[in-house]
Write a protein of this length. Structure first.
Length: 350
């Protein structure tokens, strides 16, 4: 029997199916005055990773949801990756996940229920790794397979990290290499090498657990995770929300070497172009930067991407201790710095 490839049943792949930033801005625009909720610490007023509600006891509730179409062909791996991606939003706020419920859309006339069961098994496995229950959920019949989680977490209010509170002079760190969108597209086109398939699965399924520990560092001023808008899109959100610009050192940005191999074959997600068209006017490149490669790498949509962290130089040693404790020793070099507002929101240097 021919194995079923889940990616052939969806038009997108993981966070690459997210709506482009410029289109999303239009969707979220409202002329209705927002009601005021004193205990809502983070809501629609910013472009952060999750909502946060003050419990008035020194802690706050983090609430988020994330779901997408298959980024890999294996059902168990799809569930695990989608789960890790959703849980990441809690870590990106400096919090501890405590509970998840599942969101499943399944084309029951096209795909067997047994595959959906494997998707849920994958989600249970990553929830167990995060130390939380997959406590329920909801399912519907859909034209394409869709899966994700709604996740709740807790954080000490003093440890809450937002994506719009970076400060001038903060150094930028990234905890995973870029390029998984390119590899996922190669897989969808049946061009991904076996050794690169294992590399893709390993990165996509890795939890961003370091975020909880980073929440305890006062010098970590802002944090977010890199997903469908690519490094540039999420850094623009951080910079604009903080009233700053940023400089990136392209040579210091971690990039999957395998991704460069597929770029030669012009294998690029469609979402890369949608991302770039949404924010290209805000990005400048210094002479000497490989602009053609950077154009394909920096807006590459990431699924369960790394944490992007803005940290005071005085707290870098604390950050590096957390990195070492969480197996992130390959990411000890800063990739850039937050600056006062310049002509471009992001300046990419060599």
């Amino acid at each position: 029997m021919t194995p079923i490839r889940l990616t052939q049943f969806s038009h997108g792949a993981g966070c690459g199916c997210k709506i482009a930033p410029s289109v999303l801005d239009t969707i979220l625009k409202s002329n209705t005055a927002a009601a005021s909720f004193k205990q809502l610490l983070v809501g629609n007023g910013s472009k952060d990773d999750a909502a946060v509600y003050d419990l008035n006891n020194g802690t706050a509730l983090i609430s988020t949801t994330d779901f997408f179409t298959p980024i890999v062909d294996d059902a168990f791996a799809f569930g695990k990756i989608a789960g890790a991606n959703a849980i990441s939003d809690v870590y990106a706020m400096g919090g501890k996940p405590i509970l998840a419920i599942a969101i499943l859309g399944w084309p029951v006339d096209k795909l067997p229920a047994e595959l959906a069961q494997q998707v849920l098994e994958g989600a249970r496995s990553i929830c167990a790794e995060a130390g939380i229950p997959l406590a329920g959920g909801h399912s519907i019949d859909t034209p394409e397979p869709i899966f994700g989680l709604a996740v709740n977490g807790l954080v000490d209010t003093v440890s809450l990290k937002k994506n719009n509170t970076a400060r001038e002079g903060d150094l930028l760190f990234l905890t995973k290499p870029l390029g998984v969108g390119i590899l996922a597209t190669a897989q969808k086109r049946d061009l991904l090498k076996p050794e690169h398939a294992s590399l893709l699965l390993a990165q996509l399924g890795r939890l961003n657990k370091a975020g909880e520990a980073l929440g305890g560092i006062g010098g970590v001023h802002a944090m977010t995770d890199i997903t469908g808008f690519g490094l540039l899109g999420h850094l623009i959100e951080m910079a604009e929300g903080s009233g700053l610009s940023a400089e990136l050192n392209y040579s210091q940005i971690p990039i999957l070497e395998a991704a460069r191999e597929y770029l030669v074959q012009r294998i690029v997600p469609d979402a890369t172009y949608r991302n770039w068209n949404s924010y290209s006017a805000k990005v400048g490149f210094a002479p000497g930067v490989n602009v053609m490669e950077a154009f394909n790498i920096l807006p590459d949509p990431q699924t369960n991407g790394g944490l992007l962290i803005a940290v005071a130089e005085s707290a870098v040693d604390e950050l590096k201790k957390v990195f070492a404790d969480h197996g992130l020793s390959d990411f000890m070099l800063p990739i850039g710095v937050m600056k006062s507002v310049g002509d471009k929101i992001i300046q990419v240097n060599t």
